[in-house]
Design a protein around this ligand. Sequence first.
Ligand code: FAD
Length: 448
Amino acid sequence: MACSALRTVVLTTRPLLQFRAAPAGALHFSTTTPAAGEKKHYKLCIVGGGAAGISNGSKFGRKLGKGNVCIVEPSEVHYYQPMWTLVGGGVKSLTQSGKAMADVMPQTVDWIKAGAEEFSPENNLVRCSDGTEITYDYLIVAMGLQLHYEKVKGLPEAFQYEGVGSNFSSKYVEKTFRAIQNFKGGNAIFTFPNTPIKCAGAPQKIMYLADDYWTRNNVRDKANISYNTALPVVFGVKKYAAILADLCQRRNLKINYRHNLVEVIPDKKEAVFEHLDTGEKITFPYDMIHITPPMGPLEVLKKSPLADSVGWVDVDKQTLQHVRYPNVFSTGDCSSLPTSKTAAAVAAQCGILYNNLSAIMDSQEPGKKYDGYTSCPLVTSRGKCILAEFDYDLQPLETFPVDQGKERRTMWHLKANLMPEIYWTGLLKGRWAGPGFYRKAMRLGMGK
Ligand code: FAD
């Protein structure tokens, strides 16, 4: 029943809008952006205009009205990054995954087109790269995370060679599909680093799409495919880990656990891994390699008083409020929230954040509690997907009244066609706070 309803929604979904780059020098007429170097005060300052920043900007812009909310964001383009799995897999184009930042910036906020360079929360102050100084009553930090290709010897230079790709950057994602298309057999390696990353399922989803592509194009018999992961498990949630380990065995995808990529030597087509338990260095020859880089907090946050001991914004895991500065909140990849970093998590967090920050603005206690909800659509081939959904305790928190551990075509349509629409027209407009409501409704109010 639920699945047929889902199919109907998928089939009636509008085609994706094409990305239109803003013309050079185009003005963003919807805001009264302060001139560079100006001092300006806002009731709410949001730093970062990614998934979390734009969603919060839409919600609070509506609540507080024009002139009261700003978003500090340097990029001209906003990407729907979850689509990059499908871009690397040759199912979608990079163009389909982006829109001009001006087109997603809420009409009700001022866009400060600069990067935040310094946080001074004692003075309620953010200094920007263009000299603008913003003081605020409330601050939301939503700056995403830093990719560290440079921490692997030989990167990023190796991306100049054929056969090397990475879905995690707009610069390299198209190289992934080129590498998959040009692969005529030999060793194909897919890596997972020894750090927290965004979308922990993405490093293996691209392996499944590549495997499927080579099967369809009669190359698979000539391919040795391995998944070299720094982790001791294939996925953090037991239910899905068992299913994925079984799938890898059936499809002859070799998993090498505790293997951390430390060097790429592109002229020799070799990748060097460190075995994290023995310290041994092992060299793998490759004909194609997909790299998931090490990731970590942004430098600007690491050096700020907002950071925890690692550099993530130090917030309460239930309320999303900063543990030392009560007028500061954080959400998304830059936060210390101990859940898998995804846009799905951002959606659920934004609902909680809106309620709790609104309560603080009304001099009340923050009453809503985040349960760590996150989700990972594990694409297993072109046309099939396992929809993993889980909480802080790594317990499944599935929305649909079917076993989501099974590969399903409906979940593929959800991932490939419906989720982008939910992102652009729901999350970014501040109208989507995750599937919690639907999950309860489908379970007739019972369960979490
Ligand atoms: P981002 O969306 O990364 O936004 C951060 C923003 O901060 C950016 O706009 C950046 O320009 C800005 N910024 C950076 N520095 C500064 C500064 N100094 N000052 C001001 N602004 C700054 N999620 C899912 O839910 N499902 C998936 O299937 C999925 N698949 C993924 C596959 C891939 C290959 C990748 C790369 C990601 C995937 N994700 C997926 C993860 C998801 O895209 C992120 O978790 C999500 O975008 C996080 O949102 P965010 O707002 O925290 O960070």
